[in-house]
Design a protein around this ligand. Structure first.
Ligand SMILES: *Cc1c(COP(=O)(O)O)cnc(C)c1O
Length: 382
């Protein structure tokens, strides 16, 4: 069946030779019944696991009740989700705008920062990733070639360097936009002091601090949101990926003083009851199954098993919770291919990093099996 996608799809993705047809928890199956341990989780989407029964039940129930309801009308589940998001968010984040993806959340965040400050400049980090639409791409370090001109006033600073951030700030800066752990950029955690310095610099210059938690949110790093590791509350936080158990959704949470007026933004699908109901079920599942503490403990376990692999090809293991990067001294792609042959699905994070984002429901036995297969894959491709 891969021939259909091959024939009719745009070839924008570097495809792997596997066709996934079914999932359960941290396991996936292909067309021929081949079983895989999933360390991609739909790129950090399936935190609560595949085919989660609680989310399936919520989607089914909501589909039979009400699927669509535009933002001009009030809706019961949308209101409940907004209240729920504010209740789990870092202090000071009080209002919610709902959209449908991570890049859209970034677009909204940029517009809200412009509206609030009357300025245009966005400072973001080298190796940072914020999405593919033109505004978000303007603040993204890679994937920009051939799309210039992008938004004016954007500038890039080296990550984790407070001095360079300080010298990039001026009175044209609307916002500083950062990930707490750079995901696409190779699993690079921010120093908490760096995020605290960014908070102070934004306050001093009247700029907004936007924290992009699209990949780090909803328990992934061993906290509900990764900025909790730093003690810093941003003015704006962007969410997507794991928010609704796999159903497309994005969200922007903002401090109370950020109040875009009627007509300044909107989205047809944003805040639809189907996605809201899935999000409520997913957040409920994360909390009732203790997945946040599990991500912290299992992240330590997984990283320790990887550190025990005595391969001269490993440069460094970096992780925060179950957001794990294994930086190699050579290209990661052959190792990813060797892992696929051993029925493990993993991601890259830049050319030399193997990125592991398993569903948070992954078992210890599955983690140990993945670590063994990684050791084998490193040997085979040596
Ligand atoms: C994936 C990602 C995005 C973009 O999300 P999409 O839903 O693919 O548009 C933005 N920021 C970060 C940090 C991401 O990991």
């Amino acid at each position: 069946m891969t021939d259909l996608e091959h024939r009719y799809g745009h070839p924008v993705y570097p495809k792997r030779e596997v066709e996934i047809v079914r999932g359960d928890g941290a396991l996936l199956w292909d067309q021929d019944g081949g079983e895989y341990i999933d360390c991609a989780a739909g790129v950090g989407v399936a935190n609560i696991g595949h085919a989660n029964a609680a989310v399936a039940e919520a989607i089914g129930r909501q589909a039979k009740t009400l699927v669509t309801c535009p933002g001009i009308f009030y809706n019961d589940v949308r209101g409940q989700l907004m209240a729920r998001l504010v209740s789990i968010a870092p202090p000071g984040l009080e209002r919610v705008f709902l959209c449908n993806s991570g890049t859209e959340a970034i677009e909204a965040a940029i517009k809200f920062a412009r509206l609030t400050t009357g300025r245009a400049g966005i400072v973001s980090a080298m190796r940072g990733f914020h999405g593919r639409t033109l505004g978000a791409l303007s603040a993204t370090f890679k994937y920009r070639d051939e799309f210039e001109p992008l938004l004016a006033g954007n500038r890039f600073v080296p990550f984790n360097n407070p001095d360079r951030l300080a010298s990039s700030m001026d009175d044209d800066v609307a916002a500083v936009l950062l990930e707490i752990v750079q995901g696409e950029g190779g699993i690079r955690p921010a120093d908490p002091e760096y995020i605290r310095a960014a908070r102070e610099l934004c306050d001093r210059h009247g700029a907004m601090l936007i924290v992009d938690e699209v990949q780090t949110g909803f328990g992934r790093t061993g906290r509900m949101f990764a900025c909790e590791h730093t003690g810093v509350s941003p003015d704006i936080m962007t969410l997507a990926k794991a928010i609704a158990g796999g159903v497309p959704m994005g969200a922007v949470l903002t401090a109370g003083h950020i109040a875009p007026a009627i007509g300044k933004h909107g989205s047809t699908f944003g805040g639809n009851p189907l996605a809201c109901s899935a999000a409520l079920a997913s957040i409920g599942y994360i909390e009732s199954h203790g997945l946040i503490g599990k991500a912290e403990a299992d992240g330590l376990y997984f990283a320790s098993l990887l550190r025990d692999i005595s391969s001269p090809r490993i440069r460094e293991i970096r992780h925060l919770g179950l957001m794990i990067g294994m930086e190699l001294k050579s290209k990661s792609r052959p190792v990813l291919d060797a892992l696929l042959k051993r029925n493990v699905l993993a991601l890259s994070g830049g050319p030399t990093v193997v990125r592991l984002l398993p569903p948070l429901v992954i078992t210890r036995e599955q983690i140990a099996a993945v670590a063994r297969r990684i050791a084998d894959a490193l040997d085979e491709t040596a």
